[in-house]
Design a protein. Structure first.
Length: 134
């Protein structure tokens, strides 16, 4: 198990992020966020920790916090498509539909052969119609 190793080596940032991802998969976003924060205290631009932290916030519907973490992630690693996709999800959840469309569009440009291209294109169309009506 990874946790005992990580506990003995708390500066092993990649191990802490991996543990955070496992905790997220086990439906424990609070513990996952805590591990990510440990990493970010030492390395505020650790893009993987920012990504997992953003996902933890997404899981609990904390849209502004998810947007902040995923924005920092794309700033640190601008060519990571999944961070753009999740930033779009956070923006959509927060009601910033125009920003969501921009983020989803960036995701599609970075991952043109992703398995969910059709779904994301349909979502973009739906969101564009929604904010044009507003």
């Amino acid at each position: 198990r990874l946790e005992p190793t990580v506990e003995r080596m708390p500066t092993w940032d990649d191990g802490l992020v991996e543990l955070a991802d496992i905790l997220l998969e086990q439906q424990d976003p609070g513990a996952a966020a805590g591990r990510c924060r440990q990493v970010l205290e030492r390395n505020p631009n650790h893009w993987e920790a920012l990504f997992v932290l953003g996902n933890a916030f997404l899981d609990v519907g904390a849209w502004p916090e998810a947007m902040k973490a995923h924005s920092a992630c794309v700033e640190a690693h601008p060519f990571f498509p999944d961070a753009w996709h999740n930033l779009g999800r956070a923006a959509q959840g927060a009601g910033d539909l125009e920003h969501a469309v921009t983020c989803y569009g960036t995701y599609l440009r970075l991952a043109p052969s992703a398995s969910d291209v059709g779904e994301v294109q349909a979502l973009i169309s739906s969101l564009e119609q929604e904010f044009e009506r507003a």
